[in-house]
Design a binder for this molecule. Structure first.
Ligand code: ZN
Length: 243
């Protein structure tokens, strides 16, 4: 059990780690424990009466872990399916949520990332398809920039060589590798996940150059080269693939 405390203005807010999920715990003047999963990013918020023991809060939340996962899945599906690429939507980049801000001017389209916003510069009158494609092209080029040095790094560590990697939208897989041709494909959706999850997929696909199937040898290689890989696999599974 891990508790991290931070003081906020109104009372005490604590963070509780439940496997791959981090929950906020807020102590209030209430009688019973409450748990909510909030859109758009699936934040888990637990309200607890003052002086509730940490173990009780933990057990309460832990017993609802599967329900929490289902809610998060449902929320993220709704959010992803309803993207219109308009102001104030929350879009994801490298594991963080950013508010989208559309800047419609007569200029060459580009994307700018600030501390909390993704600025989408598009020509005046750009429709939803245009806005989506500008953002997706940016995602694509960012992911290429992030993956290239990782592939180089792991070529050295694993003593393998990748012929070519490509990025595409895939419905069911994070990546794939053809050991015979040494070609690797990565899912564009990885650009929205944390760097550690992304690197896990890079390592996973490149370890396939040493072992093609997911057998014990493969798992032993993963344990050796990327010890926390199961944690990141779980994190990736906690949210659906949707590019
Ligand atoms: Zn695999």
């Amino acid at each position: 059990m891990h508790f991290f405390s931070v003081m906020i203005k109104q009372g005490m807010k604590t963070k509780l780690k439940l496997e791959e999920i981090e929950a906020e715990v807020i102590q209030k003047k209430i009688n019973n424990l409450h748990l909510r999963v909030l859109p758009p990013d699936g934040t888990v918020r637990i309200s607890a009466p003052f002086h509730t023991k940490n173990e009780i809060i933990h057990d309460f939340a832990f017993s609802r872990l599967n329900w929490i996962r289902k809610q998060r899945l449902r929320i993220s599906k709704n959010v992803l399916e309803s993207y219109k690429y308009i102001n104030q939507e929350i879009h994801y980049y490298m594991g963080c949520g950013y508010q989208l801000k559309v800047q419609a001017k007569n200029e060459h389209p580009f994307v700018q990332l600030t501390d909390n916003e993704i600025l989408l510069h598009v020509p005046e009158g750009a429709d939803e398809d245009k806005r989506r494609s500008v953002l997706h092209e940016w995602y694509h080029s960012q992911l290429t920039k992030i993956i290239s040095p990782l592939v180089k790094k792991w070529e050295t560590i694993l003593n393998v060589s990748v012929e070519r990697f490509s990025i595409r939208s895939m419905k069911t897989r994070w990546g794939s590798c053809t050991p015979k041709t040494r070609k690797i494909r990565f899912n564009l959706e990885l650009v929205k996940r944390s760097h550690a999850c992304l690197e896990y997929i890079v390592v996973h696909e490149m370890v396939h150059l040493l072992e093609a199937s997911h057998n014990n040898k493969f798992k032993a290689l993963m344990d050796r080269f990327y010890p926390n890989w199961k944690l990141y696999r779980k994190e990736l599974r906690s949210l659906p693939i949707k590019a």
